[in-house]
Design a binder for this molecule. Structure first.
Ligand SMILES: Nc1nc2c(c(=O)[nH]1)N[C@H]1C(S)=C(S)[C@@H](COP(=O)(O)O)O[C@H]1N2
Ligand SMILES: [Mo]
Length: 345
């Protein structure tokens, strides 16, 4: 098998996206080889899978904290998103730059660039997740215990913020349902509640007297929403571990709901009989219901949700129409059969 060496690329030109594309090409070609499609003899294989780990990025974007070997290995063996179906989209990906510098993470401040600025040197180790409530196997699990049994997979999802902007993001993660099953929920587990880390040193705005949120940031799902195959525990983006500003080391991803649901840097998962309270519902139940499903027909009291600004913005705003359930109606509409989605917004 002949493997061609790639021409030297100046490090300034290596971006997260080129390394991302290179790895996708590499994996696709490897798959072809495995299937006997015969790319090997044509010299198409590029040896970039190992080279890409050295791809430099600006320190501001990085914020990757620590990446233990076991995690790096799992990340490298993540399966690619399929070519069609709900787990992918052929819409243009939002560049890594935007995904990692235009963020909502109020623990760092309320400006879009606060998270990437203040998340420097965020240490994810040691990290543990406490499992409590209506399960047969509660306990405190280390990050490795939580993640190791799962096969990582790439999913390319639309991400729609309640503020009416959106992105298309190649996540790496695994189905939340697979994680939940390991703890054996009891018959009383009707809801799942999630909490973000409280840490006044690492999250400056948790000290602020002016912060609107009563920490910790808290979110919840009905158990059938949590078990839906679209719902992910996210551990990476663009083939690499999550930067701190995107919710390292693990976060929730629920693509048919407004981004609010996607709680970051999770330290506790609690199984409850009653509907849990959620941070934004506590602040204003009128504006943010428990369900917050993406719905172009239900306006926010202060703005329409019929359209969204798709990032990257470029010279002019790219305004597109918002889709019911963010385009995932076939997968999730049945969860809300018989419910009035204006009341349960
Ligand atoms: N802990 C915590 N999680 C959070 C938030 C937050 O402020 N704190 N913001 C939410 C909102 S409103 C959005 S749109 C997404 C943004 O995720 P991203 O920055 O990775 O795109 O994170 C969600 N998860
Ligand atoms: Mo959001």
């Amino acid at each position: 098998m002949i493997i061609k060496t790639k021409k030297e690329i100046p490090s300034s030109e290596i971006t997260a996206e080129t390394s991302y594309k290179n790895r996708r090409e590499f994996l696709k070609q490897s798959a072809n080889v495995a299937l006997g499609v015969g790319a090997a003899s044509s010299g198409l294989l590029s040896p970039t899978a190992s080279a890409q780990s050295a791809a430099p990025r600006s320190a501001q974007q990085l914020n990757l904290a620590s990446k233990p070997d076991w995690l790096a290995q799992k990340m490298a063996s993540a399966t690619l998103a399929p070519n069609s179906g709900p787990y992918t989209t052929d819409e243009m990906l939002t560049p890594y730059e935007d995904v990692t510098t235009y963020n909502n993470f109020f623990e760092y401040g309320t400006s879009k660039d606060d998270p990437s600025r203040y998340a420097r040197n965020f240490q994810v180790e040691p990290w543990s997740v406490e499992i409590t409530g209506e399960v047969n196997k509660p306990g405190i699990y280390s990050l490795e215990d939580i993640l190791r049994p799962h096969t990582f997979e790439e999913r390319i999802y639309r991400h729609r913020c309640v503020e009416a902007w959106s992105m298309v993001i190649p996540w790496v993660g695994f189905p939340l349902g697979d994680l939940i099953s390991r703890f054996e929920p009891t018959g009383n587990a009707n809801f799942v509640e999630f909490q973000t880390l409280i840490d006044n040193d690492r999250f400056p705005d948790q000290n602020s007297r002016f912060s609107t949120i009563d920490w910790p940031y808290q979110e919840g799902l009905r158990i059938d929403e949590a078990m839906n195959p679209l719902t992910l525990i996210g551990v990476g983006v663009y083939n690499d571990v999550l930067p701190a500003q995107n919710g390292a080391p693990l976060r929730l991803i629920v693509p048919w709901k407004y981004g609010i649901k996607g709680i970051k840097s999770i330290v506790r998962i609690n199984f409850t009989k009653e509907m849990p309270s959620t941070s934004w519902n506590d602040i204003s139940a009128r504006e943010y219901g428990f369900y917050i499903n993406v719905n172009p027909e239900v306006s926010h009291p202060r703005w329409s949700q019929a359209t969204e600004r798709r990032l990257p913005a470029g010279l002019f705003d790219r305004r597109i129409e918002t889709q019911m359930f963010n385009g995932y109606a076939d997968e999730v509409a049945h969860l809300y059969a018989g419910m009035d989605l204006r009341v349960n917004h």
